[in-house]
Structure formats: C-alpha cells, structure tokens
Design a protein around this ligand. Sequence first.
Ligand SMILES: [Zn+2]
Length: 135
Amino acid sequence: MTDIFDKIKRQKLKWFNTFPYPAQVIVYILGEDEALRRAIPDHPEHDEGVNGRCCWMKKDGYNIITIGVKRDLGDFMAVAAHECYHAMNACYNWFGAYHDNENDEPGAYFLGHLVREFTICFAELTEEKNNGENS
Ligand SMILES: [Zn+2]
C-alpha cells in the first residue's frame, strides 16, 4: 500500500523527526516546491509575499509538518526560527504539551533541535540544487 510517506521518500524530500514527538518535518525551498506538490497534492498554496511557511497535517496516520523558507534570504535564521516555533506549537497541540515559563528548558531544547535539523536539511537542499542535482 502506498501511503504519504512512500510518496515523500519517492520524491526524495528532505525530512527529519521531531524527537521526542512522533512527527516528521519536511523541509523545502519556498517557491521551489514541485517535489512537495507531487508528494502532497493538496498541500496549501503559499502566499507570494512571505519568506517562510509552516503547515501541519495528519495524513495516513502520520503527523506531517512542512517548513519552506526562501533561498538566499539575508534574514534566514530569523525566518527559520519563526517557522520552527510554529512547528513546535503544532507538536505541543497534537501531543498535549504546553509552555511552562517556570521550566522552559524542555521547550528551549526542542526548539533548538528543530532549528538545527531544519538548517542542516535546508543547507543540503540548496547545495544539491546549486550542483544541479534534483533539478
Ligand atoms: Zn508565522
């Protein structure tokens, strides 16, 4: 049986796990989302005016989050952190976690994990595209 994750793998999309929560984040370059559209045809369209986009959806039993950021953005880290914060809250809402201002280390580690993994995937993606792979 072909499920959403088979399609994601077949399109060679970059993704990472949102440890410790059972969700996956798909990373793409905003405006260069052909492979994402082939894997998830009903993915929401992006608004031309934005630099980043985070969407979340439950499909075939998977908890899927997508984050796209424009390439060659001077403000990359701010946009990446902004979108990862949305991803963190999607996980918190799905899995019943909440922000505790008296003990914010778990959230700080989780956000750090998301930003690190997102940044690694995004760098691989832009490098591959610059080298003409995946084009
Ligand atoms: Zn936002």
